[in-house]
Design a protein around this ligand. Structure first.
Ligand code: PXP
Length: 238
């Protein structure tokens, strides 16, 4: 089974928001990503709107065939999702002060608010994925609440510096992926993946999709810098 790639374009919006310009446009980046082999586009509408804005979600939904909207269950964000109707929402935990999504969602302890949100999405025809640590009880709770996919947080693996630690994290992810697939739920993974650490994750056969953002945007800066400088230099020619 071919492994699908969801490209997260949040940090295209980060560069835009840093200067309050209209560029770079996340929709343009999304279209370039789709043309280059991405299978879906991922965008996280955070409560503080630090990168992706409400209007980006609607524009992305109109532009690409498969939008996976990451979100915590903040009321205003739920409304944006229900209005835009992305193909999928991925429910993540969110803390205001964090630099990025730091841990998995506690679906098992998520309570009635989480259950109610999932019902609203499913009623609207939006499939639900939960972003969780590689733990059986979180997979089970996701299934019980009606999620059709889980995404395992690979940040622990990506940040692990020792070989033994990385191997242990990989085993945990592989075991959880086997259990989830056997239970009949789709398995994705993501966070902190880059060209140096993705190969070992790719070898876990139950994982069907990887969602990758920061490293692709960072790499695009390196790969695209020569062309951008050449373009400006040519406009400066008298
Ligand atoms: N998947 C989920 C659920 C995420 O929250 C994020 C980060 O927004 C990613 C994937 C992508 O992580 P990264 O930007 O580190 O590749």
């Amino acid at each position: 089974m071919a492994l699908r790639l969801g490209v997260n374009i949040d940090h295209v919006a980060t560069v835009r928001q840093a200067r309050g310009t209209v560029y770079p446009d996340p929709v343009e980046a999304a279209l370039l990503a789709m043309r280059s082999g991405a299978d879906s586009i991922v965008a996280h509408l955070r409560e503080d709107r630090r990168h992706i804005q409400d209007a980006d979600i609607g524009a992305l939904k109109r532009a690409v065939p498969r939008l996976n909207m990451e979100m915590a269950i903040w009321p205003s964000v739920i409304e944006v999702a229900l209005a835009a109707r992305p193909e999928r929402v991925t429910l993540v935990p969110e803390r205001r002060a964090e630099l990025t999504t730091e841990g998995g969602l506690d679906v098992a302890g998520g309570g009635r608010r989480l259950a109610r949100a999932i019902v609203r999405f499913r009623d609207a025809g939006i499939t639900v994925s939960t972003f969780i640590g590689p733990e059986e009880r979180q997979v089970r709770a996701s299934l019980d609440l009606g999620a059709s996919a889980v995404e395992f947080h690979t940040g622990g693996y990506a940040e692990e510096t020792s070989r033994a630690g990385r191997t242990a994290e990989l085993r945990r992810i592989a075991r959880a992926a086997r259990g989830a697939a056997a239970a009949g739920i789709e398995v994705a993974a993501g966070h902190g993946l880059n060209i140096g650490n993705v190969s070992a994750i790719v070898r876990i056969p139950e994982i069907e999709e990887l969602n990758i953002g920061h490293s692709i945007v960072a790499r695009a800066l390196v790969l695209g810098f020569p062309a951008a400088v050449r373009e400006m230099k040519s406009l400066m020619r008298r």
